[in-house]
Design a protein around this ligand. Structure first.
Ligand code: ADP
Length: 395
């Protein structure tokens, strides 16, 4: 009898595990189908319009329109890839928070201004920011990169699922120890049965709308994971046809770690010509290196290249003329972290600047913890790069 009971229980467990595995499998297939659509769309635009750009007879207006489309599609693609990497890193436990002091008013206003320009022209949405009891002296200790990404994800969704009406960000303190940011929209709304589902990875509300609006179903999963990492929560309340409210609540910690370095923004190009100083670029990818030589072409810096971390170390050892190293992170033989540690131990005064993929917040954390002098996000922007080089070569 007892053996029988044990067998029934084991059977039941196996059945549930099988169901779970099947469900996961179904989700993954749906995700892959969705993802291939999401990746193909911008990729086709990039290939199609760069083909058109190759025609030497096109007008100036058309050329700038096509360049614009190629750039937008590239950024879109990069966003999807970053989401995917973020999700896989969260899943494998490779992401941790990096705390610094945040000036709330400046942070929220900057974020609001950045998001304001993303509202599509064909939508009439009143987008606003309301701050309660938050002024220029309000500071919190949290992870700025993650907090920014959560709010961007919530507002991007609100703008995506609202055709007319409003989207508001409302921020206030709750009993001094919690910061509450609500993203409120007057959009399509979400049925209650989906409240928890939408925070799962790869999940969207089924139906034509999700297909029409695009998206990989990762934004809310990433936001929730980040909020929890910061000791907080995200909740949703909504009414179909009336709109939704997403509430992010995070504690305002008191502990303090060194704030991140800021990259100085653009100055005029004329200031950057350089004086024949040698810059070592450690970059394994030919196209990335070609791009870099192009954006550096009108300067007087001498560029030399290392194809991997090991080569970078050898060149630094044998070439005292190297005044600065621009270090890629992911390279064969020896990665950028290892190479930088060795180079810095050989010559602590030689500036080493990391090149990192934008928005990979945990990579940025790791870069801050490694012995880099500074870092720059990829895709590289000419004026930011030149300003960084100038800053470190002259200092
Ligand atoms: P994505 O937007 O890439 O599909 P998310 O994880 O950000 O992925 O969102 C999952 C789903 O939740 C969306 O596809 C949509 O169905 C629903 N959703 C999220 N935010 C809103 C909102 N503000 N209004 C209506 N539906 C929303």
């Amino acid at each position: 009898m007892q053996l029988n009971e044990e067998l029934v229980a084991a059977n039941q467990e196996l059945y549930l595990a099988k169901q779970k595995a099947e469900e996961r499998d179904k989700l993954k297939s749906a995700f892959l189908a969705n993802l291939s659509h999401e990746i193909r769309t911008p990729m086709n635009a990039i290939l199609g319009f760069s083909d058109l750009l190759a025609d030497k007879d096109i007008s100036y207006e058309h050329r700038s329109e096509y360049v614009n489309i190629v750039q937008k599609s590239g950024k879109h693609l990069l966003g999807i890839i970053n989401d995917l990497i973020d999700v896989s890193k969260i899943e494998t436990g490779q992401v941790s928070p990096y705390y610094s002091e945040i000036s709330l008013q400046t942070f929220l206003k900057d974020l609001y201004n950045t998001l304001s320009v993303t509202i599509p022209e064909d939508k009439t949405i009143d987008f606003s920011l309301e701050l309660h009891d938050i002024d220029s002296s309000s500071k919190i200790i949290s992870d700025e990169v993650k907090l920014r990404q959560i709010i961007i994800n919530l507002v991007t969704n609100a703008l995506k699922f609202t055709e007319t009406g409003f989207v508001k960000i409302v921020c206030s303190y709750r009993d001094q120890s919690q910061l509450e940011c609500k993203v409120i929209d007057s959009g399509v709304g979400i049925a209650e049965q989906y409240y928890s589902v939408i925070f799962d990875r790869f999940r969207q509300i089924e139906g034509d709308l999700a297909i029409k609006k695009g998206g990989s179903g990762l934004g809310l999963a990433i936001s929730k994971a980040y909020a929890e990492m910061l000791g907080g929560t995200i909740t949703v309340s909504s009414e179909i046809g009336k709109g939704s409210t997403f509430t992010l609540s995070i504690p305002c910690y008191n502990e303090y770690k060194k704030p991140k370095k800021h990259i100085k923004k653009s100055e005029h190009d004329e200031n950057y010509f350089g004086n024949n100083e040698t810059i070592l670029v450690a970059e394994d990818d030919d196209i990335n290196f070609y791009y870099l030589t192009k954006i550096m072409s009108k300067t007087n810096y001498k560029i030399i290249r290392a194809l991997n971390g090991e080569e970078a170390v050898t060149i630094v050892k044998n070439n005292p003329d190297v005044k600065l190293v621009l270090m890629d992170i992911k390279m064969p033989k020896m990665n950028g972290y290892e190479a930088t540690n060795i180079i810095r131990s050989l010559d602590a005064s030689l500036p080493v600047i990391a090149q990192t993929a934008y928005a990979l917040s945990d990579e940025q954390d790791k870069i801050r913890q490694t012995n880099f002098t500074d870092y720059i996000s990829k895709p590289l922007k000419r004026d930011v790069l030149l300003s960084l080089i100038k800053k470190h070569i002259n200092s």
